[in-house]
Write a protein that binds this ligand. Sequence first.
Ligand SMILES: *Cc1c(COP(=O)(O)O)cnc(C)c1O
Length: 353
Amino acid sequence: MDIKIIKTENKKSKPQGALGFGKYFSDHMFIMEYEDGKWGNARIQPYQPLTLDPSSSVLHYAQGIFEGAKAYKDKNGKIRLFRLMDNLNRMCDSAERLCMPVFDKQFVYDAIKQLVLLEEEWIPSDEGTAMYIRPTMIATEAALGVHASKTYTFFVIVGPVGAYYANGLKPVKLLVEEHYVRAAKGGTGGNKVIGNYAASMKAGELAKAEGYDQAMWLDAKYHRYVEEVGAMNIFFVINGVVYTPELDGSILPGITRRSAIQILKEKHIKVRECKVDIRKVAEAAENGTLTEVFGTGTAAVISPVGQFGYQGKDYVVNGGEMGEISKMLYDKLTGIQSGKYQDKYSWVDIIKE
Ligand SMILES: *Cc1c(COP(=O)(O)O)cnc(C)c1O
């Protein structure tokens, strides 16, 4: 399939000042449509609104999936993609879970590469900045019956981003959520599907109303085992061992999570993927053996946790400061992404020298 390129006549002006996260989008987008059992009409076109029938199934039954990846530009103008194929693999897993069509991953990879290169001037190069890449697939059949749509639209939008959290690497405060759950076994928590996020907002808002930044999720059955935080995976350092919840179906298999685990193992730091009991974590915070907590995700890379509230009590982690292991991982990961460090893992694809 060829990709038609329709260039815009009206380039937007670039944002000035702080970029924030997900606020600005470039001049073009990639889009293709699925009809009669195949993908077609692939094109890069001016960034523009979509036209959807109001009965489109994505609007009613949330048959939609997405991904989040980043492209980096260094001081010399080299452009790097970080583990984008992993995102496309995960997106195809999400598609299968929601009875949506998969796609030719190499074709989409090349399309995104083309889009990123076309939008090169939109990639910021300051430290901590990147071009965020948001592939999305939605069900477009105009029908209110609850069944898998026959037609779909796949699109990719990109835009410059700064630090995910307004306060940068300042440790966040989490509230352990004991009532609401993000995902249950057998549900869709292990996939990046749009409905998961609507269901998670209530707990996030409640946490914010109480002065916390985000909710920490527990498992749906026992409300006892930690799953994730906001839209990040989570790690705890207890007695020098790094613990992270095992992937058991209700946890999103993060690419940053997987990368962090690999770096930790390489550094001979013990990592355990297992059930993480929040009571044990609170106990460890109490007796001083919990030395670090951090989240991992494409948006923030590493997000240190300085405090968490559980059952009416607040626990401070590492004096509210970012810990050594979190710092090391942040430095390593962002260093590989930006080209400061050699990429011995082949995570990076240099698309412009
Ligand atoms: C995207 C996401 C993550 C992080 O995944 P990465 O691949 O590291 O960006 C973690 N949890 C949830 C719920 C997510 O949506």
